[in-house]
Design a protein around this ligand. Sequence first.
Ligand code: CAA
Length: 281
Amino acid sequence: MEVKNIGVIGAGAMGSGIAQVSAVAGYDVVLQDIYSTALDKAKSTIEKSLGKLVSKGKLSEADMKAAMERITFTTVLEEACRDAELIIECVFENLELKQKMFQEFEKLCKPEAILGTNTSALPITEIASVTKRGDKVIGIHFMNPVPLMKGVEIIRGQLTSDETMETTLEYIKKIGKEPAIAVDYAGFIVSRLLDVLMNEAVKLMEEGNKPEEIDKAMQLCAGHPMGPCKLLDLVGAEIAMHGMETMERDFGPKYKPHPLLKKRVLAGLLGVKTGKGFYEY
Ligand code: CAA
């Protein structure tokens, strides 16, 4: 099946980034969110990001304009589902909410549409279990910041068909990214490793280490592009906490989120999105 129209559901940092890279690659995108304020913010985030790429000579002005014209912003879910051959769901990391969305997709999308989820930790088979279209459901896990990160984790659920896999891989190639194939267990590969690293950084901080020193150590001594405290601020403390909780649920207490991580989430110290995490933004 050829994908031409993409419905991206949820216009946060991930949804807007996915809409952007898809539109730049020539897809017609409908970006949907229940909040019009989220759509306004997504539009300005995409414009800013594309503007940055233009200023660096990585994109022409004309391509930026064409990409913006290929994105429709809407609060109406039907509009994002109606023509889509590929749905990429990016709503909050909440199993019940995601399952509810997939039941909606089943009602609103064409029978041949691929139903992708950008979940960072929830097993794909568990999301797919509420639909009768398990063969069409697949994990398409983008990385933050989407326009800059080359890799996308692809996760096959128990019932995902070869055709769904092939069409998804074609899409990943067309947007200029590289797939990393992960097995369908909580956290896949990336969150399984990174969430543990970030949770451990919170422990190090509680033991008296300064976030700047933790980050410096991992950047300069271990060659990480970004230290774990800065990374936690980028992805959001609540996302890492949810990932740990999902892995704790499936694999046991080894993955228990540190109490301080939970406390920081409750206090709203989520990172870039709330203006304050380990650092101020
Ligand atoms: N669009 C366009 N340009 C952007 C951008 C965006 N969204 N975000 C940043 N930039 C620009 C910056 O403005 C900066 O521009 P200038 O050079 O003009 O200042 C440039 O890109 C480079 O950024 P920085 O100088 O700030 O930093 P950098 O050279 O370290 O590169 C990085 C940034 C690519 C993010 C790099 O630090 C990196 O790879 N970090 C690790 C990120 C990572 O691990 N992501 C995965 C997290 S896990 C996840 O996302 C999954 C999940 O489910 C939680």
